[in-house]
Design a binder for this molecule. Structure first.
Ligand code: SF4
Length: 353
């Protein structure tokens, strides 16, 4: 063991803080150090958020999107994709079914689809809250007023990945957006009292270890309640079709470092990681992750929510997928959390006027 890496990890476990240079050193260290890194992250996970794994039920209710993100199969310029929108009643039914299976959090996710206007989403949130579940929204960049209305309707959490902290790379990947606007949205969500989730991709074309370190430091600065970190996976109908995918190893290092730096955050074992590595979720749960989002979208829509290839298996019903996952967790000695899984930080549950 390189003593410098050991010193850095000891400091991270002790203080949950690292400099950019220290993060870069860990990101670039030899693979032989993975075990000690992952064990350190697992220790911090156990110490701060315990063994329980939070299962969230995610409903991908519309694959329409107004944006042109160059890595994403839902980008509006992709004419190869069959588009769909679920009705509010169908979304509610999927949530009802998920709640009956034991899900305590429902995540509503879509492309940036303005067809679902502020009032429609607010009415849906109010209906879902009557099921006694926590509601997470992941609907992209919207106005302050829309975020306020949804929070007032009862939405608990909002996921908006920052994608990359590097401003030049951000602009390349998002030709019709800008990073300042994204960061404004994140600060509005914070101001409105949401539990804020953000996150980034690993292995983007042109991304360096320094940029990844900046991603982790931005997540720390934002003091997020959730951080989703997954590999970049090229989609054939996008401008990045020929780019190489991110690796599972670097993604796991990022998850582990996120746990060291953000001891109280919820960290999902992402679907993207499971897509490039069949054991990806198990590995992530062993190096800091404590959340899994399982797809409870009706099967007929699954294959159409193709942010990247092979994302959604359409052969496993919500009930079967949950059962399988509960068995997997039992094998790992990790119980399924029984509470709604709010952030362990104490400041939540304030209302918005
Ligand atoms: S990443 Fe989100 S905003 Fe960008 S094209 Fe895909 S669904 Fe739309």
């Amino acid at each position: 063991m390189n003593s410098r890496i050991q010193q850095i990890l000891d400091k991270a476990v002790d203080k949950n803080s690292l400099s950019k240079e220290e993060i870069i050193a860990v990101l670039l260290c030899e693979s032989s150090h993975n075990d000690v890194l992952f064990r350190a992250a697992d220790l911090v996970r156990k110490r701060h958020v315990g063994d329980a794994v939070h299962l969230r039920g995610i409903i991908e209710f519309s694959n329409y999107c107004r944006r042109h993100c160059s890595y994403c199969g839902l980008r509006c310029a992709n004419k190869d994709l069959q588009r769909y929108r679920m009705t509010p009643d169908a979304i509610y039914q999927a949530a009802l079914d998920a709640a009956a299976l034991g899900y305590r959090t429902i995540v509503l996710q879509s492309g940036e689809d303005l067809f679902f206007d502020a009032d429609t989403v607010a009415a849906l949130v109010r209906r879902l809250k009557k099921l006694g579940v926590a509601v997470t929204l992941s609907l992209g960049e919207r106005t302050y007023e829309e975020y306020r209305l949804w929070r007032k309707a009862g939405a608990d959490r909002y996921l908006l990945k920052h994608e990359t902290a590097d401003p030049v790379l951000y602009q390349k990947l998002h030709p019709d957006a800008n990073q300042a606007g994204r960061l404004d949205c994140l600060s509005w969500l914070r101001e409105l009292g949401y539990q804020v989730g953000s996150g980034c991709m690993v292995g983007l074309p042109g991304q360096t270890a320094e940029m990844l370190a900046a991603d982790l430091l931005l997540l720390k600065e934002l003091d997020v309640e959730m951080a989703g970190i997954g590999p970049f996976i090229p989609h054939p109908s996008t401008p990045l079709a020929e780019a190489a995918a991110g690796t599972a190893e670097m993604t796991l290092r990022m998850v582990a470092l996120a746990r060291l730096l953000l001891p109280l955050a919820h960290l999902p074992a992402t679907t993207a990681l499971a897509t490039i590595d069949g054991y990806g979720r198990t590995k992530a749960l062993s190096c800091g992750a404590n959340v899994v989002m399982l797809n409870v979208t009706p099967l007929e829509y699954r294959s159409m929510y193709e942010i990247y290839p092979n994302k959604n298996r359409a052969d496993s019903t919500p009930a079967a997928a949950r059962r399988q996952f509960e068995e997997l967790l039992a094998g790992l000695g990790r119980p399924v959390a029984e509470d709604v899984g709010h952030s362990p930080k104490s400041k939540f549950q304030r209302t918005v006027s």
